[in-house]
Write a protein that binds this ligand. Structure first.
Ligand code: NAP
Length: 250
């Protein structure tokens, strides 16, 4: 990395899990960080004193506008946008699908990603080389019982990522979709509405990925030479051959 050019990375959902680990990994690589989530105190702790920690709710346009305005004022451009904010809610079959769970997943995972990308594109176009990194999932191309609300939203992330790749063709803006399998973060606690025993059971008898494993992949993708676009990275724990096929030790 040229010493006089400090790239700017924006990370959404930086208060926890993969987003927090990405802030740390990119910070170590010399990126200047602008990070957001709803739990601002946690973002502040993750970012430390050198970066910009801001409140961000990707379901609210006013929050996104205020966030991007601050980034513009402080940095004037964005080199890397990591659309990481996301969640799963519930594990109910379609026949019992809860509207409020589906709406929340779609508001955050799909519309949030659309709105952040749309708002950040003018600043990505001001960078020497822009890069959009979207957190998809193996749920973006696989399905499992009870997972339709989440898998449908991640299938949408996959479609949006591939569409962006077409629409930005000819511009110096890369698009990478990161597609993890099982990663132990707060993800399952959120999915089960705070039920920590249900969340723990997801990882029982298996060594899941950790957030730093995914941050590693993001760091790899963004540090390739600018002509190299890593379109997708699929990463799973060795024990997980499919969303629903996990070899567990008793
Ligand atoms: P996590 O630990 O629960 O972190 C989720 C992050 O998203 C939090 O920082 C949360 O911050 C933020 N967030 C949620 N709603 C938001 C909103 N409305 N506005 C702004 N930020 C919001 O889960 P994670 O595993 O790191 O998940 C990160 C991404 O990876 C998600 O897109 C998820 O779908 C994807 N993923 C996870 C796994 C897995 O197994 N863990 C697998 C594949 C893909 P606040 O609550 O503070 O706002």
């Amino acid at each position: 990395m040229a010493s006089n050019y400090k790239p700017i990375a924006v990370v959404t959902g930086a208060s926890s899990g993969i987003g927090a680990a990405t802030v740390v990994a990119l910070g170590r690589l010399g990126y200047r960080i602008a990070a957001g989530a709803r739990r601002l105190e946690r973002v502040r702790r993750v970012v430390g004193s050198s970066g910009l920690a801001l409140p961000l709710d990707v379901t609210r346009l006013d929050s996104i506008d205020a966030f991007v305005a601050e980034v513009k004022k402080k940095f004037g451009r964005i080199d890397v946008l990591v659309n990481n904010a996301g969640l799963a809610r519930g594990l109910t079959p379609v026949a019992e699908g809860r509207d409020e769970d589906w709406i929340e997943m779609w508001e955050v995972n799909v519309l949030g990603l659309l709105r952040m990308t749309r708002a950040c594109l003018p600043l990505l176009r001001k960078a020497r080389h822009g890069h959009i990194v979207n957190l998809g999932s193996i749920a973006g191309f696989e399905t499992y019982k009870g997972g339709a609300g989440y898998t449908a939203s991640k299938h949408a992330v996959h479609a949006i990522s591939r569409t962006l790749r077409l629409e930005l063709n000819g511009e110096p803006i890369r698009v990478t979709e990161i597609e993890p399998g099982m990663v132990e973060t707060e993800f399952s606690v959120v999915r089960f509405h705070g039920d920590r025993d249900a969340a723990k059971a997801v990882y029982k008898g298996v060594k899941p990925l950790v957030a730093a494993d995914i941050a590693d992949c993001i760091a790899f993708a963004v540090t390739r030479p600018p002509h190299v676009d890593i379109d997708e990275i699929v990463i799973r724990p060795i024990a997980q051959a499919a969303t629903w096929l996990v070899a567990r030790k008793p």
